[in-house]
Design a protein around this ligand. Sequence first.
Ligand code: ASP
Length: 323
Amino acid sequence: MSALILVNGEVRDDCIAAGMQALRKGAPALDVAEIVARAVESDVKDHSVGFSGLPNIMGEVELDASIMDGATLATGAVSALKGYLHPISVARQVMERLPHVLLTDAGAARFAAEIGAEAGDLLDDESKAIYLKRLQAVGKEWAALREIRDWSEIANLESLISSGKVPLIDLVTRAMRYHEGGDTMNVIVRDASGHIVSAVTTSGVAWKYPGRVGDSPNIGAGNYADDRYGAAVATGMGELTIRHATCVRAVIAMGYDRRIGEAGHETLRDMSRIAEARGAWIRMLLLDRNGTVGGYCTHNGSTLKVQRIDESAPQVIICEHVI
Ligand code: ASP
């Protein structure tokens, strides 16, 4: 069975190529997954991951990431990490250096500083402009929000909220009707020795409440790998995949010898038990123990990319529409 890299369709080919070069040199799956994830975290055009990711409702980028080693079931994750460019590398270090699996917010930032992770401003002009546009659109509902006209006035938002002029809960609820971003980065790597690693990195849903943690750092929800059965990674509204433990369900289904397509369709279809899941956008990528890949999505037109070690370029495959 050949080594391979599987990602969501939005990942640029050059990000895959960086991982493929390492895979061809015999790098282990952990290294390859980290290389691909870091490349996407640096992609300025991707407003859902790493640098230039869309911020929370207060205008701060909070990053979530996790990595799972299917050989040992070791995992590491960070959530609501601010001010660091490569959350995937911090997540890996959590796995390798701490007796923990998940660090959040200030604790995650403290650890990132301690290990010498690269710090940096996560917003660029484009992500600031998208944020301000949304705030102004929502501002039609609260006159006070019109006082924030450009980025230099963003600090005023805190006082508008603490003075009660703008209720934060309502602001989040209304702003989140705009579904920007949504291309969380998913990668599954199988290396030459057959080991599987899955990794997820994201800025999470745009306009979220500060401190909101999605499925990406929640092992079992947005990410799961077990060399014996395969791996699963997900994108979409993380509250749903957390409630449903989607990725671990799909991997266990493959462990019970469901064919990959059955595991994909049945797992996503089962989510419709959750009322809010009906009509929601969820995509899951799977790799089974035989090296077969599959993508399943509740909406049409979503894609995955897969490149096997002997192929010269990634293939784009349309995810199967789950109804
Ligand atoms: N799953 C991510 C989250 O809920 C968002 C996404 O996939 O776009 O944070």
